[in-house]
Design a protein around this ligand. Structure first.
Ligand code: PLP
Ligand code: COI
Length: 354
């Protein structure tokens, strides 16, 4: 059994809040005043503290540096129209975090640390949630193995932390994506569904090559044939083909919470939805014959970003003008209205921090 924890709080004596320009936020460059730190050792969580944001000390032989036991999540908190602060579906991130932990042979984090810690931290730093349009507080929970030992085995100790950062948009224009047919992000039986640091490290070189060709990001394809669409580097992909909203689904793809929410809204609105394999050929044929009317990336950082062009085997396929896309524009507006508290939260997705 995990112990039940009380969260110790040490407040900063020198807030950096007054220096923040909420009108000009780049993604992830400014970190809020406080962070949460919890330590796991001897088979149990030992301590949970909220302390001023700052550097941490660790051994150079900490196991995560060498062998990569390192997982994370991405969540956003919003300033609602009535002044409340709400966090979007953090229970889903908690569940996914513990699935990532299990796959990497790391301990799970109980709700009284993940969820109560999140609420305590966001309550303390509530003035860091930007009041400005389309901005939010990005929340980054993460955990890494800290045992100082060079043998390859599951770490005996771990640190779980949460840091937060006021952010604007991650992408500020429609995307040009390249279908990747050489490099692989994830194979069956691997770690594609988990949000571990290695999945991002392996993406950097292929993504840089695509960026040198003028693309913003990749569309990953399956490891066996490079014939099926998986996801983008930082977001899931959704396509409106005919009268159906379709998202690729497999164990090699991150189970995105933004995508899950968009599919639920589409169903509520009576649109047909399918989570299934999507071949690159189906997508390319659909763009050419006009049946792919909308295509977008969906993620916590990316929110909903339209796809303008797709590059495949040296050819560029152009999609419709994003301004004319009925569902994408309507669902983004709806999600924003829901998160910023401008409409009723009919799904019960906002966790208001009292
Ligand atoms: N896929 C990848 C690789 C991601 O990094 C993200 C972002 O978290 C997503 C998909 C979308 O997931 P979510 O909507 O839960 O943020
Ligand atoms: C997120 O949307 O939370 C992500 O993790 C994407 C990226 C910033 C790593």
């Amino acid at each position: 059994m995990e112990k039940v924890h009380s969260i110790e709080v040490e407040q900063t004596t020198s807030s950096r809040l007054a220096q923040v320009d909420f009108e000009n936020l780049k993604f992830g460059h400014i970190l809020s005043d406080h962070m949460l730190v919890a330590e796991y050792n001897n088979g149990a969580w030992q301590s949970v503290k909220v302390v001023p944001y700052g550097n941490i000390v660790m051994s150079p032989s900490s196991s995560f540096i060498h062998y990569g036991q390192s997982i994370f999540e991405g969540i956003k908190a919003y300033k609602q129209e009535n002044g409340d602060v709400s966090i979007f579906r953090p229970d889903q991130n908690h569940e996914r975090f513990n699935k990532s932990a299990a796959r990497l042979e790391m301990p799970t984090v109980p709700a009284e640390i993940f969820m109560d810690g999140l609420k305590t931290l966001i309550d303390l730093d509530r003035d860091w949630v930007p009041p400005t349009k389309d901005a939010s507080l990005y929340i980054r929970p993460f955990m890494f193995g800290t045992e100082a030992a060079l043998g390859v085995h599951p770490s005996a100790s771990y640190t779980f932390m949460i840091i937060t950062s006021p952010v604007g948009s991650y992408y500020n224009k429609p995307l040009r994506l390249k279908v990747e047919t050489h490099y692989t992000r994830a194979a069956n039986g691997g770690v594609g569904f988990s949000k571990n640091a290695g999945n991002y490290a392996l993406s950097l070189h292929p993504t840089k090559l695509a960026q040198e060709e003028g693309f913003d990001q990749l569309i990953w394809t399956d490891a066996e044939e490079h014939a099926y669409v998986e996801e983008a580097g930082t977001a899931n992909l959704l396509f409106r083909i005919g009268d159906t909203l379709i998202t690729p689904s497999s164990e090699t793809i991150l189970r995105g919470i933004t995508r899950l929410s968009i599919m639920a809204i589409a169903e509520k609105w009576g649109l047909k939805t399918e989570s299934r394999k999507v071949s690159v050929q189906e997508l390319i044929d659909g763009i050419e014959n006009g049946s792919v009317t909308e295509a977008f990336a969906a993620g916590t950082a990316a929110t909903l970003t339209p796809i303008a062009e797709i590059g495949y085997q040296g050819k560029i396929y152009k999609l419709s003008d994003p301004a004319t896309r009925e569902f994408s524009n309507k669902v983004l507006q709806y999600l924003n209205d829901l998160r910023y508290g401008r409409i009723e939260d009919e799904f019960g997705w906002n966790l208001v921090v009292d």
